[in-house]
Design a binder for this molecule. Structure first.
Ligand code: MLT
Ligand code: MN
Ligand code: ZN
Length: 279
């Protein structure tokens, strides 16, 4: 299995266009850029899937030679997109994939309903491409020898969704290479580390975790804006780091960094990072 972090930032990217917080100022000065959370995975190196499709998807695909089209005129290695939320940050990129001849989208019934009604992305996109939209109850078999398992980790609705029905708003995914046996857990929106999530990550080789905020009060401290990390559906790294210690054989890294998050180091993913390179 190959896993490529196409974008390592939360919504808005880092720097965010209208933010002059210390982290954004430094990033602007140093020419650093994190694009918005999207990951590419493949089991066989030929059939690739996106985990979410953020607003930066076009740039991210152009930067990734493995995702270049060919040999057919409109042939692409991209087979589909697996959505873990209905957030704009994770779905707007689908609109930029409208030139596709055909595209499969996997989502929970809850997310699909929101993307059909409150934000009618599905019918809109269906007018542009041959859209194969599928339910993702607990898992799906993908091309290239991958299996994706899913659990619901949160119930936070996107702001646009009002009181839209459903429970399966926020998912974690576990991708397993059925030939090589390796596995990868993707959980960049994780409100709480439940016993069920602990079982879900157990034995995984690599995990990309929610790195939105380092501490619970980070947003307010650095921007004065209201809201704690946990109330926004994001377990702070200061809380999840001790939990990762329960799984010493698993490599944990953080993605979906908010522009206020000053963390750096070995366990912080950057754009373009390829996981599994030392397995
Ligand atoms: C999130 O990651 O919590 C959302 O994408 C934030 C938002 O845009 O409301
Ligand atoms: Mn987000
Ligand atoms: Zn900022």
């Amino acid at each position: 299995m190959r896993v490529r972090v196409l974008g390592s930032a939360a919504g808005g990217g880092a720097p965010q266009w209208n933010c002059a917080c210390p982290v954004c100022r430094d990033a602007r000065r140093d020419g650093r850029d994190r694009t918005q959370d999207t990951v590419a995975v493949t089991g066989d190196g030929t059939a690739w899937y996106l985990l979410n499709a953020g607003p930066d998807i076009r740039t991210q695909i152009l930067r990734t030679p493995e995702l270049a089209p060919g040999p057919g005129l409109r042939e692409t290695p991209l087979r589909g997109v697996l959505l873990t939320t209905a957030e704009l940050d994770h779905t707007l990129g689908l609109l930029s994939l409208r030139e596709a001849v055909r595209i499969s989208v996997f989502a929970t019934a809850t997310v699909t309903h929101a993307l059909t009604t409150a934000f009618p992305l599905r019918p809109m996109l269906g007018a542009y491409t041959d859209l194969d939209w599928r339910d993702m109850p607990t898992g799906v078999v993908l091309d290239g020898g991958l299996v994706a398992q899913r659990i619901t980790v949160g119930t936070k609705r996107p702001r646009y969704a009002g009181d839209a029905p459903g429970d399966d708003w926020v998912s974690a995914l576990r991708l397993t290479d059925t030939r090589g046996g390796s596995s990868f857990v993707y959980a960049t929106c994780l409100p709480v580390w439940t016993p069920a999530f602990d079982v879900f990550v157990a034995g995984a080789d690599e995990v990309l975790l929610d790195g939105t905020f380092t501490t619970d009060d980070e947003l307010t401290r650095s921007t004065g804006r209201p809201g704690t990390a946990q109330r926004m559906g994001h377990l702070p790294m200061a809380v999840s780091r001790p939990m990762t210690a329960r799984h010493p054989a698993t490599r944990f890294r953080y993605g979906h960094l908010n522009n206020t998050n000053p963390s750096s180091g070995d366990d912080i993913a950057g754009d373009g990072l390829e996981l599994f390179t030392d397995h």
